[in-house]
Design a protein around this ligand. Structure first.
Ligand SMILES: Nc1ncnc2c1ncn2[C@@H]1O[C@H](COP(=O)(O)OP(=O)(O)OP(=O)(O)O)[C@@H](O)[C@H]1O
Ligand SMILES: [Mg+2]
Length: 386
């Protein structure tokens, strides 16, 4: 079996997926908006296009005529995926999944209204007046997000009436495309939040990875750990919700399903129909297959019998400090490498900007995940980007 796979999005998650696909003997063309993107460095071919440009997307598809199209980011002209599916291309996990998850409205209404899954209370607003009404419905504090954005862009918490206008302006600035609409939702004071990596397969057997805990800052994850222990009833509830949402969206692949776990139970937040950044903890070989290997197998229809936890693990991100347009140089690796049961992966991004994720530090073993998080942060702290 040798499939031609077109990867749309070539960041660090894409790079690990390409490595996993290469190890299964596949042929990969990596696409992104800039040259030398991480996944391009390990692919057979690459293309540089604006993936929000539907014509450019069509041209690349026609040129390569791939067996499988694998979206690796959200900002793609995903409406075209329906057309590609009709033309006989396989889209991972499905055109519907990629299209629904790029817009918070589509996925939230599917979960909350169609599937009756518990989420934070929410309203949409396409004007400041509407937002004020929505805030009245959700109460203080509440969270405002652009309908189309990721990594926390345009997202803010409203604590009082004085914050509403600021939140509206900020959301519009952070919105992808020209969509002038936001979601406002109840702030959930969760005890912890998790990513439940869910594997759907074409043999209809759905598997769950042990839950991953994580901490967010500025809209991006800082540390993640696996497993996070949770009440059996909460885990079961989260698994049922993940099963419902992924099956309603359809197709095979790994999904990062995000939940808030509060005292009063489980809230579905959102999901990625692809590997999840917090799932990089599985690069510490915490499982028999990491999330990229699981995704690769699901894409190719190679069945996974079971997912087992081999050891505890943690990941901590390494972020850039300044803006530079040159491949950065990493120092401190010897010191970082001297810490036992640890590892790091450098993504090979061609340029830096403040807070850009450049590498990830990993720690694993029998220690508590709390200790492993400290260790991963320690490893990360030794890695300097020059
Ligand atoms: N209603 C809420 N109550 C409490 N915290 C929230 C709420 N919504 C979002 N957050 C916090 O903000 C983080 C990012 O929110 P969300 O996942 O909705 O945005 P995002 O921009 O899609 O992020 P990403 O693409 O990185 O997953 C959450 O992981 C959580 O920590
Ligand atoms: Mg999220």
């Amino acid at each position: 079996m040798r499939k031609k796979i077109l990867l749309l999005g070539s960041g660090e998650l894409g790079k690990e997926l390409v490595i996993a696909l290469q190890r299964l003997g596949q042929y990969v063309i990596a696409v992104d908006s800039y040259e030398n993107a991480p996944a391009m460095q390990v692919s057979h071919e690459f293309e540089v296009i604006n993936m929000l440009d539907g014509d450019a997307l069509d041209r690349v598809i026609n040129k390569h005529n791939p067996d499988i199209i694998v979206p690796e980011v959200e900002s793609i002209r995903t409406e075209h995926f329906y057309k590609y599916e009709k033309q006989g291309y396989k889209v991972i996990p499905s055109a519907k999944a990629a299209n629904f998850t790029m817009n918070r409205k589509a996925i939230r209404d599917l979960a909350s209204i169609d599937l009756s899954i518990r989420t934070a209370k929410y309203k949409y607003a396409d004007s400041l007046e509407q937002l004020k009404k929505g805030v009245g419905y959700c109460g203080f504090p509440c969270v405002v997000k652009p309908l189309m954005s990721s990594s926390g862009k345009g997202q803010s918490v409203i604590k009082s009436i004085d914050d509403i206008e600021k939140a509206w302006d900020y959301a519009l600035q952070g919105s992808r495309g020209d969509l002038m609409e936001v979601i406002v939702e109840e702030f959930i004071s969760f005890e912890y939040e998790i990513t439940l990596l869910t594997l759907t397969q074409n043999n209809d057997v759905t598997l769950f990875c042990p839950s991953i805990g994580h901490r967010q800052e500025r809209g991006d994850y800082q540390e993640s750990w696996q497993p996070i222990h949770m009440k059996d009833t909460f885990l079961k509830e989260a698994q049922d919700m993940a099963h419902k949402v992924t099956h309603s969206l359809g197709g095979s692949g790994i999904w990062g399903v995000e939940f808030f776990i509060a005292k009063d139970g489980v809230y579905f937040s959102e999901l990625s129909p692809r590997p999840h950044d917090t799932g990089m903890v599985t690069l510490a070989n915490t499982q028999n297959f990491n999330q990229f290997e699981l995704h690769a197998r699901a894409i190719l229809g190679i069945p996974v019998e079971q997912i087992i936890l081999l050891k505890n693990g943690a990941s901590a991100v390494v972020l850039a400090k300044d803006e530079k347009n040159d491949f950065p140089i990493f120092t401190g690796l010897e010191k970082a490498a001297s810490i036992e049961n640890s590892d790091f992966k450098i993504f090979g991004k061609p340029s830096t900007r403040p807070y850009r994720r450049m590498a990830v530090a990993l720690a694993y073993g029998d220690d508590s995940v709390k200790k492993l998080v400290e260790k991963a942060k320690d490893v990360a702290s030794h890695i300097n980007i020059v």
